[in-house]
Each structure stands twice: as structure tokens, then as C-alpha cells.
Design a protein around this ligand. Sequence first.
Ligand code: ACO
Length: 221
Amino acid sequence: MEYKLITAEHYELVIEHLRGNFFADEPLNRAAGLCQRGDGNTELEYLSLATLQDQLSVMAVDGRPDSATYGQIAGVILNGILLPGDTEKALDKLQLSEDSNYKKIFELLYRHCLQSNLFAHYNVDRIFDVRILSVDSRFRGQGIAKELVRRAEHMARKCNFKLLKADATGIFSQKILFSSGFKPFSEQLYAKYTNDAGEIILPVEAPHIKLQLLTKQLNDG
Ligand code: ACO
């Protein structure tokens, strides 16, 4: 597997990879019924492209010349820079969204992040935000996600970030990030995330039971 920084020439292929995998498979996207496999999603694609432009994202590409999937993207980790005020602005903008499913997902993520107040807690003025971790279903279970997380951390260290953060929405991303030294900062059980009528807003399927906001401090040189 070859691991490369994602640059502008790859953006289209990255979006295609996400349409075929993350958009349909990620636990909250699935619970909200955001997309059918292969379909696009305007807002998630906008968010992905904005994140790519921070130039901190990495992809895994099949580098075996004899393979049927030679040259194809096997996985990506999309990382962005989070600055104070960004989540407040994103939440304001979310109110204008016409995609009610997207809104449900990002209301949860943004409000949970705001409650956590990470900038004040860690006394940092920017955070390396792991936004999307996605591996093509044909390549799962081979350690690609783990290696993408390792490369993301390397990038964060190189760029002098002091804090990494991820909204891990499922049990597997949580396991992968724990094993990379991330720690739970706060969490929300999906069964307790309900509307005024007591109905569960995002009926996330087992084995995923909670959102975890995970952090990793990089003050160890
Ligand atoms: N069942 C059981 N264990 C699993 C599974 C699974 N489906 N997926 C990963 N794991 C475990 C592995 O066994 C491994 O554990 P080990 O080190 O103890 O052996 C560990 O997790 C690492 O697995 P990888 O092989 O590195 O993970 P993979 O490359 O398969 O990618 C991922 C995992 C990214 C979660 C993939 O399944 C995927 O793309 N899912 C859909 C999108 C998604 O949910 N992304 C994460 C959302 S959170 C976020 O993006 C910040």
C-alpha cells in the first residue's frame, strides 16, 4: 500500500471513494439514511473539499502493479484545522441547510463539540481535527485505517499541532483511535439523544452505541 498526501489533482477521486464508502457506511450517515451507496451529498462533499484544502489529508493507494485494483484509493483520512469560533459558525450555517438528515447528524456533532470547550480546556488556539476516516470495503481489516491514523499524527507533529481531536462515531473507529493513543474526552449515548417527544433522533445500529469525542495531546516532543 502506498500512502500519499492528498493534493488537488486527487480531490475528484477522493470524493468518488467517499461516495462509494463513507457516505453510506459511516454509522450516523447510515442511521440518518443520508445516502445510497454511490450517491453524492452536496453538503458532505462541500465539507470534505473544505477539509482537503487544509492540505493535511492522506490517502492509501493500492500500489501492487499486478492487482486488479492497482492505483485505486483504498482509504483516506481527511484532517482539517479547527480554530476557535469555527464550530459556532458551522452550527449557524447548518440552520440554513435544506438536508434534514445532514442537519440531524451535524447538530449532534457540533453541539457535542461546543459543550466540550476544547480550546479552553487544553489552552490551544488550533486543533488538528480528524474529520473523516474511511477505508474501501474491499480493503478493510488489513490495518489501513490504523496506518492512516499514524500518518495523520505524524503530519500533526510536523505542523506543530499540540492537540488532535476526532468525533469517533462507531466502535471500530473508537478502537482504532484508542490503540493510537487517543483518549475519550466526552461521549453521547445514541439511545439517550432524543427529541422533545422522547424519540431517538439517530437510531444507530449495533454494535455502535455512542459518539465519543477523542483527543490526543502532542506535548511529548
Ligand atoms: N469488525 C471487527 N473489528 C474491526 C472492524 C470490523 N468491521 N473494523 C476494524 N476492526 C478492528 C480491527 O480488527 C483492528 O483491530 P486489531 O488491531 O485489534 O486487530 C482495528 O479495528 C483496526 O482495523 P483496521 O484494519 O485498521 O481498520 P480498517 O482499515 O478496516 O478501517 C474503518 C476501519 C475506517 C472504520 C472502516 O471500517 C470504514 O471505513 N468504515 C465506514 C466509515 C466509518 O465508520 N468511519 C469512521 C467514522 S469516525 C470518523 O470518521 C472520524
